[in-house]
Design a protein around this ligand. Structure first.
Ligand code: NAP
Length: 544
């Protein structure tokens, strides 16, 4: 069975319950773990998901070549120690199909499906101040009421809905990486266009190129990409990690990105010459993966150090790509690591194939007609268009629902100038509503699974505390929220990552306020703050 074609649509709960203690939106890794934690702590809980199966990101993003770019041994849940020992990953970087099987296995192993309603899209969540409870309404018109609501809706789950001029007239097939069909997709004999050159495009382009007759890639901004050097899992390596899993997990907790990227905190590019810098870049390039940016600790703080790493990658692009003009078009000029670094298998090499070409659309935006993709006065006949244009990140999934808190306050109004969220966990004016990896949390700058686990455990502990204390409504103080947002922006200001337009700042979506959304102060610092909040009696929260 090809990756992505796994049996995923197994039955969940038949009906939406009228009332539960805790309602969870989402049945990805976060929603599933929350469900388990809620049950363990004696709460009656239900999870609602628009998908027909569990897995979140790995349910929807089943495009060719989709795989995680954190190593499999690190990108896994740690709450189930037996599973951690029993599960065998097949490759250094797990493909989407395997990750989906893993998610399904967790659902079965912990008997979660009986409390998950699939094909259930939540359209609104309203808080009733009198009853102190949330009522969620689904697209089908069902409602569920609960005193506590947890949004486990993901950071990259609301696809970018940009409509290209003329798109509706196109007579061929349109595919989106973020909403890939469940049946196998083939491109044999076709002329294919891929629009976008982010991580999703960079993973799928080499595979699509293997199948189609002609591939044209439409690039607005070139991205830096480093090789994955993916390989079958080395059984000895896996056994060794399993023998010392606790050590790896403890190490992850100490790392800014909650992942072991072999970082040396004393390695400062500025202190060494270019030769030494490039030798280390080469070593990292040969190793493969996101650890490239961990070569020196000042790469994201010092413009010269960053420029050196950027030039190294450009030199590799020029080395790999035969046609000098194509190579130059593929060479990014912005800060490396500012937009999310991509990890690829044969991406640059793909442009050496005679049937693959690159079109720079930075000056002449894409438009579409019945049978072609256009840029300026150039027209390219195609049978299929693949949009790999990203997501309305961090806030999109929440704002696409009508969320109304205390006194009917709309989340969309509260966030008019950008998201305001305390620790990415809770929002002032929205009592008893929690968010997993919300804006203001390290989330997308970390290995997502340890971040998700930390959030879910924090929320579960908070709900138990509320019950023990007899608190029926808990709300973030506006001042604590403002302070955290200000701190978030201060930390971002020191970092080169805030220096370009990216989905981190919302600039990839027309009309979205430009605000740096995730917390870039690092996982350990963030966790310490969360623990402090608890130790100080849920500092920043008040009973409402
Ligand atoms: P993305 O990084 O936002 O890339 C979207 C691409 O589409 C960009 O090249 C963008 O160009 C282009 N684009 C958007 N609108 C366009 C338009 N109107 N005309 C022309 N081009 C347009 O999205 P993504 O590739 O889906 O990745 C999003 C994030 O998901 C990644 O950064 C990563 O965090 C995560 N992800 C992870 C993995 C993994 O773990 N393996 C895989 C895929 C994705 P501009 O740059 O000019 O905006």
């Amino acid at each position: 069975m090809p990756d992505g074609q796994v049996e995923t649509e197994r039955q969940g709960r038949a009906t939406v319950p009228a009332r539960v203690d805790v309602v969870i939106v989402g049945a990805g890794f976060a929603g599933m773990y929350l469900l388990k934690l809620m049950r363990e702590n004696g709460f009656d809980a239900v999870a609602l998901d628009a998908a027909s199966g569990v897995g979140g990101t790995w349910y929807w993003n089943r495009y060719p070549g989709a795989r995680v770019d954190i190593e499999s041994m690190q990108y896994s849940m740690q709450f189930d120690k037996d599973l951690q020992q029993e599960w065998n990953w097949s490759e250094r970087y797990a493909p989407q199909g395997e990750l989906l099987r893993y998610a399904n296995h967790i659902a079965d192993r912990h008997d979660l499906r009986r409390d998950i309603c699939f094909d259930t899209r939540v359209v609104s969540a309203h808080f009733d101040d009198g009853a102190k409870e949330w009522t969620l309404t689904t697209e089908a018109g069902d409602t569920v009421t609960a005193p506590r609501c947890i949004m486990a809706t993901g950071c990259l789950s609301a696809p970018n809905k940009t409509k290209f001029p003329g798109e509706e007239t196109f007579k061929g097939r349109i595919l989106r990486t973020s909403l890939w069909p469940h049946e196998e997709v083939r491109f044999d004999g076709e002329k294919v266009a891929v629009v976008g050159t982010g991580s999703s495009a960079i993973q799928s382009i080499p595979i699509i190129a293997q199948q189609c007759d002609q591939l044209t890639v439409f690039q607005r901004t070139p991205n830096y990409s480093v090789p994955a050097h993916n390989a079958p899992m080395d059984p000895e390596f896996m056994a060794d990690i399993k023998a010392h899993y606790d050590d790896l997990r403890a190490l992850q907790k100490r790392m800014p990105s909650a992942a072991d990227f072999d970082i040396d905190f004393d390695a400062i590019a500025k202190k060494v010459g270019r030769e030494e810098q490039w030798a280390e870049f080469q070593r990292r390039w040969d190793q493969g993966g996101l650890g490239f940016m961990a070569a020196f600790v000042d790469l994201m703080f010092d413009a010269d150090a960053n420029a050196s790493a950027a030039e190294f990658v450009r030199s590799k692009i020029r080395e790999i790509v035969d046609d000098p003009e194509t190579a130059e078009t593929l060479c990014p000029s912005n800060t490396i690591g500012c937009k999310r670094l991509c990890v690829d298998t044969d991406y640059y090499k793909t442009y050496n194939l005679p049937h693959v070409s690159l079109v720079d659309v930075s000056k002449n935006p894409v438009s579409i007609s019945e049978h072609a993709v256009h840029s300026g006065d150039q027209a390219f006949d195609v049978d299929t268009i693949v949009f790999a244009i990203g997501f309305d990140a961090m806030t999109g999934a929440l704002l696409r629902m009508d969320i109304q808190g205390s006194q009917g306050r709309k989340l969309s109004e509260h966030w008019t100038d950008g998201p305001k969220c305390y620790l990415g966990l809770a929002i002032s004016g929205f009592p008893n509503l929690f968010t997993v990896t919300g804006p203001g949390s390290p989330s997308v700058f970390t290995n997502m699974l340890p971040s998700i686990e930390q959030h879910c455990e924090w929320i579960a502990e908070c709900l138990v505390w509320m019950r023990d204390q007899g608190i029926d409504a808990l709300e973030v103080e506006a001042e604590a929220e403002d302070d955290w947002v200000a701190h978030n922006l201060d930390v971002a200001g020191e970092h080169l990552r805030s220096s370009c337009s990216s989905w981190y700042t919302g600039e990839n979506i027309a009309g979205k306020p430009k605000v740096f959304m995730p917390y870039i102060g690092g996982f350990p610092r963030y966790v310490e703050k969360c623990e402090q909040v608890v130790a100080n009696g849920y500092e920043g929260f008040r009973r409402s």
